[in-house]
Design a protein around this ligand. Structure first.
Ligand code: URA
Length: 227
């Protein structure tokens, strides 16, 4: 009887963090190029592409959202869909130019589930392990951009950067000193304003969001510019 000897291939360890992909002396451009092929978690399989942060390297303010949405996934740029349009309007009302800020997300791939009916792709919150896998990209963006204020948009970004006890409802607008940047603060996510129950409450929530951004703008005007 012939004996079959099967060669056991060593199993490749599954990558669970983007850390080994981070280039030395990161710049936003180097990071964007390196993140293109990121497979640190499984979201690359369902997302169309990596949606990396954008903005100038010396931006004084960094805005951090949760993850790209449907529109961002298709076009490959952060905050270009409905939430991005609202963000643009709010920044303009607060007197902050979008090209003065760096805009990014905690997770760089779109996580979604198919709608029960039709072809819509429904946003799904990223898991803790997906956030952790992607986190080295955000840390490297912060290192490269060196913002004076990091603004977390919504609970996912706030809890990723300020700890899971952080409550946006209770602690919105607090300026937290952090090793990440001189100040880290959090406000609502623009998508939550889009979900307001009626026009009146949408208007009020948007005004409160604009006020949060104005406060950060005033803080930046007071801070001496980094050399
Ligand atoms: N929501 C986010 O958090 N980020 C985007 O880029 C778009 C929508």
């Amino acid at each position: 009887m012939a004996i079959r000897i099967s060669r056991l291939e060593p199993k490749k360890a599954k990558q669970t963090t983007a850390a080994p992909l981070i280039p030395l002396n990161p710049t936003p451009e180097k990071l964007r190029a390196a993140a293109k092929g990121c497979q640190a978690c499984d979201l690359w399989k369902s997302g169309t592409q990596t949606v990396f942060g954008e903005g100038t390297a010396g931006a004084r303010m960094m805005l951090v959202g949760e993850q790209p949405g449907d529109s961002e996934d298709r076009v490959g740029h952060p905050f270009v869909g409905p939430a991005g349009r609202l963000l643009d309007e709010a920044l303009a009302e607060a007197g902050i130019k979008r090209d003065e800020v760096y805009v990014t997300n905690v997770v760089k791939h779109f996580k979604w589930v198919p709608a029960e009916r039709g072809k819509r792709r429904i946003h799904k919150k990223p898991s803790y392990s997906e956030i952790m896998a992607c986190r080295p990209w955000l840390d490297a963006e912060i290192e490269a951009v060196k913002p004076e204020v990091v603004v977390c948009l919504g609970v996912t970004a706030a809890q990723a950067l300020l700890g899971k006890e952080f409550s946006v409802t209770r602690q919105r607008g607090e300026l937290v000193k952090s090793s990440l940047a001189p100040f880290v603060t959090a406000t609502v996510h623009p998508s939550s304003i889009l979900r307001a129950i009626d026009q009146e409450s949408r208007h009020q929530q948007k005004q409160a969001f604009v006020e949060d951004l104005k406060k950060i703008g005033r803080l930046l005007r007071k801070l001496p510019r980094a050399a």
